[in-house]
Design a protein. Structure first.
Length: 461
C-alpha cells in the first residue's frame, strides 16, 4: 500500500531515523518467516520500548495502516507475515533480561530475548525455565508467548502458558496495559494474560513478560532406544506410560527423518543406518530417582521390542543427542525442496493410530512424509515433502486435508505448537464450530475494533 510521506516521517520521529527502513532488501526480509512464504512490508520500524510502540500504534490507527509485530521470524505458520503490507514492528531491539528474581522464582524479560539465552542465564543461578522449543537458539520469548510454544519437555513440564505470570502489552488502540503480575495465584477479573498467550499477535503487541521459574533438576539422564518399525516405537511410548514414569521428554523419530539428519550433518549419532524408528527419552530429578526411572524406561522399551537401548554416558554425549534432534527440521531440505509442515497432536494413546493414518496417506497419495516429534504429549511433526512440481504439490494439498480431518477424528488438534497464522487458516473449520469462530471474532473486535493488528491471520478469509 502507498504510505504518505508524513507517515514515514512520523515513524522516524518516534523511533529515530536509523530505526526505520524502507529499502527493498529489508522489506523483503521482514516480509516472511520460517514458512518462506509472505508479502513485503511497506516499512519496517524497530522501536525500543512500550512508549514508542504505543505511539506507532496510534499513528497507524490514525492513518488506517495495518501493522504486524515480529520477533525472531522463526514461526512456521506465517504469524509474523504482513499479508496486507503496512508496517512491520520489529521487536529486535527489545532483547534484555530485566530481572532474575531468585527468591520469588521469576524472570522479567523483554520480548526479543532468545529462549536459549534465558535458559542459560537462569541455569547459572540454579534455576530452570522448562519450555524447550527446537528453535530455542533462534526463537524469541515473545514469539514463544504469542504462539504458546511447547517442545520436548511439555510432557512433564507443560508449555509456555504454564510459565507466563504477567504481561505488559500495547493494545491496537494505543493503550499500554499490564496483566497478571508476580504472584502465582490471581483470580481478579478475566485472565487477560492467558487471553494474550497464544493469540498470535492479533490482539496486542507484547512488550514485557513475567515468567515463572522452577529449581533446576540436579541430574538428567538421556536414553536412546532404536526399533525396527514406527509401530514398535509408538508402542514403547505406551509401555513407558504404563510404568508410571513421567520423563522430561519422549521424542519419536522415523526412518526418513533419521536418514535426512544423517545426510545433513554427516553423522549418525542418533541411530545406526537402517533403524526403522527411534525414541529419545530424558528423565530428570534427584540422582536416586533418575537412576530408577531410567531403568524402568529401558525395561519398557525392551518390552516393546527395542533392538538397542543405550544410556548417554556423559554430558557431552547427552548434548550431542539433543543437538542432532534439534537439527531434524532443517535437515529435511535434503529430502525435497518444499515442506508442508503440520504440527498435529492427538491423545497419547492414539499415536499408533496416527501413524497408521500416515502410512495410508503416504501410500494413497504417493508422498514422502518424514515424521518426528513429542510423543510424550502426542504432538507429531508431519512433514509433507514435495518437489516444485504442480502435480505433486496438488497431491500434497489433498493429503493435508485428509491428515487434518483424520487427526480431529482421533480427538486431536490440527496445531499443537505452531499456531494457525495464515498457513492453516483455511483448515480452521475442520476443528472449530461456526459459533466458536464467531465468538473468537468478537474477542478480536473487542481488542482491535479497526482491524489493523496482524490482519489476515487465524480466521478463514
Amino acid at each position: 500500500m502507498a504510505l504518505p510521506p508524513e507517515f514515514v516521517s512520523g515513524l522516524e520521529r518516534i523511533a529515530g531515523a536509523d530505526h526505520v527502513r524502507i529499502d527493498a532488501t529489508t522489506l523483503q526480509t521482514y516480509g516472511t518467516d520460517g514458512t518462506k512464504r509472505g508479502h513485503p512490508a511497506d516499512v519496517v520500524v524497530m522501536p525500543d520500548g512500550a512508549d514508542q510502540i504505543a505511539a506507532i500504534v496510534r499513528l497507524c490507527a490514525q492513518h488506517g495502516v495495518p501493522l504486524v509485530p515480529r520477533g525472531a521470524g522463526t514461526g512456521y505458520s506465517g504469524g509474523a507475515v504482513p499479508l496486507e503490507g503496512g508496517v512491520v514492528v520489529s521487536l529486535e531491539r527489545m532483547n534484555r533480561i530485566l530481572q532474575i528474581d531468585e527468591v520469588n522464582l521469576l524472570a522479567i524479560v523483554e520480548p526479543n530475548v532468545i529462549t536459549g539465552d534465558l535458559q542459560a542465564a537462569v541455569e547459572r543461578v540454579g534455576l530452570f525455565y522448562p519450555p524447550d522449543p527446537a528453535s530455542l537458539k533462534r526463537s524469541a520469548i515473545g514469539g514463544n508467548v504469542a504462539e504458546c510454544a511447547g517442545g520436548p519437555r511439555a510432557f512433564k513440564y507443560g508449555t509456555t502458558k504454564q510459565y507466563v505470570l504477567g504481561l505488559e502489552a500495547v493494545l491496537p488502540t494505543g493503550e499500554i496495559v499490564e496483566t497478571g503480575g508476580k504472584v502465582v495465584k490471581n483470580v481478579v477479573g478475566y485472565d487477560l494474560t492467558h487471553v494474550l498467550v497464544g493469540s498470535e499477535g492479533t490482539l496486542a503487541i507484547i512488550t514485557k513478560i513475567i515468567l515463572r521459574l522452577v529449581p533446576k533438576p540436579p541430574v538428567q539422564s538421556t536414553v536412546r532406544a532404536t526399533f525396527r518399525t514406527v509401530a514398535d516405537a509408538a508402542n514403547a511410548v505406551t509401555e513407558i506410560i504404563r510404568e508410571r514414569v513421567v520423563p522430561a521428554a519422549i521424542e519419536l523419530v522415523d526412518r526418513d527423518s533419521l536418514d535426512a539428519v544423517a545426510r545433513y550433518l554427516g553423522v549418525r549419532s542418533l541411530a545406526p543406518e537402517g533403524t526403522g524408528a527411534l525414541v529419545l527419552l530424558e528423565v530428570d530429578g534427584l540422582a536416586e530417582a533418575v537412576a530408577e526411572e531410567a531403568s524402568r524406561v529401558e525395561r519398557a522399551c525392551r518390552r516393546a521390542g527395542a533392538t538397542e537401548v543405550l544410556r548417554a554416558r556423559d554430558e557431552a554425549e547427552r548434548e550431542e543427542l539433543w543437538r542432532v534432534r534439534r537439527e531434524l527440521s532443517p535437515s529435511l531440505k535434503t529430502v525435497a525442496a518444499i515442506k508442508f509442515n503440520h504440527d498435529v497432536v492427538v491423545p497419547k494413546g492414539r499415536i499408533p493410530q496416527l501413524f497408521e493414518l500416515l502410512e495410508r496417506i503416504k501410500s494413497e497419495y504417493r508422498l514422502r512424509i518424514p515424521c518426528f516429534g513429542h510423543a510424550g504429549d502426542g504432538n507429531i511433526h508431519v512433514n509433507i515433502m514435495v518437489d516444485d512440481v504442480e502435480e505433486e504439490i496438488g497431491r500434497a494439498h489433498e493429503a493435508e486435508r485428509v491428515l487434518l480431518e483424520g487427526v480431529v477424528a482421533l480427538e486431536g488438534s490440527i496445531s499443537g505448537e505452531h499456531g494457525i497464522g495464515f498457513a492453516k487458516s483455511k483448515f480452521l473449520t475442520i476443528e472449530l464450530e461456526p459459533d466458536e469462530i464467531a465468538l473468537m471474532r468478537r474477542v478480536k473486535y473487542a481488542f482491535d475494533p479497526r482491524g489493523i493488528l496482524n490482519p489476515g491471520k487465524i480466521f478463514p478469509q
